[in-house]
Design a protein around this ligand. Structure first.
Ligand code: HEC
Length: 244
């Protein structure tokens, strides 16, 4: 066959198309200095797959001023083997104050922190690797995160009023019972309402109860309890199918 430069051109074009489409960018690198920390993370986790679009399970570094990470690495199925994750996060700028294992949204904003270690420049040298190991296996799934951050969360404490003994409105939001009390369960207050209708946040009583302006008209107004990030987290979980 005679040499034809057109083949070479086509090959090059195909190659460049392929290399452009690598999917999500996993590393976000911001180097403020020539010095930086490296963290090695390890632990047993489950539930990574349960998250709806727009959220990532991450190892991330934050400074004090912002809820947006200065650098983060997403934990994907590639980093997990038999439920055990190992991950290295290099290039952490020296102004970072904490390394956190948790959830971030697409904009790298902190949504939840499962475990955190503080960086103390007096104690740590940039040439050392910092080890961050989970002591116990952890369920990092979307519903478990809602349980931890919202229902049992220190800021909200829903289970204070909706506990197993004293569940107001006959709603028990304690860890063992919350799922079975919510998903596909009829409201005790709104006629014809379902507390959580999988795939339909707007049609769920839980959404309305927490929404601005107290549209359900409950005597106890819940509309100012949650911040927007957590309202959104609940809606996204419901719209994604409300998996346990
Ligand atoms: C200070 C107590 C208190 C706290 C805290 C509280 N609730 Fe309630 N909740 C109530 C009461 C009382 C009712 C019933 C109101 C009524 O009948 O008008 C209720 C009703 C509800 C209902 C309606 C149940 C149904 O069957 O339709 C939902 C859903 C709910 N709460 C969710 C939550 C969530 C989620 C949180 C935390 C973000 C929370 N509540 C925090 C007291 C509380």
């Amino acid at each position: 066959m005679k040499y034809n430069p057109y083949y070479l051109f086509t090959l090059l074009a195909l190659f460049s198309l392929q290399s452009c489409d690598e999917g999500d960018i996993l590393d976000e690198v911001y180097i403020s200095d020539t010095e930086y920390y490296t963290v090695k993370f390890a632990g047993h986790i489950t539930g990574c797959d349960s998250w709806s679009d727009g959220y990532d399970v991450v190892l991330a570094a934050y400074n004090e001023e912002s809820d947006y990470s200065v650098i983060q690495k997403q934990i994907t199925n590639v980093s997990i083997k038999d439920g055990y994750v190992t991950l290295v996060l290099p290039n952490i700028p020296t102004d970072a104050k904490t390394i956190e294992f948790g959830i971030a949204n697409r904009l790298r904003r902190r949504i939840a922190t499962f475990e955190s270690i503080a960086i103390d420049p007096a104690e740590m040298s940039t040439s050392d690797t910092i080890y961050f190991e989970l002591q116990t296996p952890m369920n990092v799934g979307q519903f478990s995160t809602i349980q931890r951050e919202v229902f049992d969360g220190a800021n909200y404490n829903c289970s204070m009023c909706h506990g197993s003994n004293n569940g107001r409105a006959n709603l028990d939001l304690s860890k063992e019972n919350s799922y079975l009390n919510l998903v596909n369960v009829a409201s005790s207050r709104i006629e014809g309402g379902i507390r959580v209708l999988p795939g339909n946040a707007i049609g769920s009583v839980l959404h309305d109860v927490l929404a601005d302006g107290n549209p359900t008209g409950l005597r106890y107004d819940h509309s100012n309890i949650l911040n927007d990030i957590h309202k959104r987290l609940i809606d996204d979980w419901i719209d994604h199918g409300a998996a346990e």
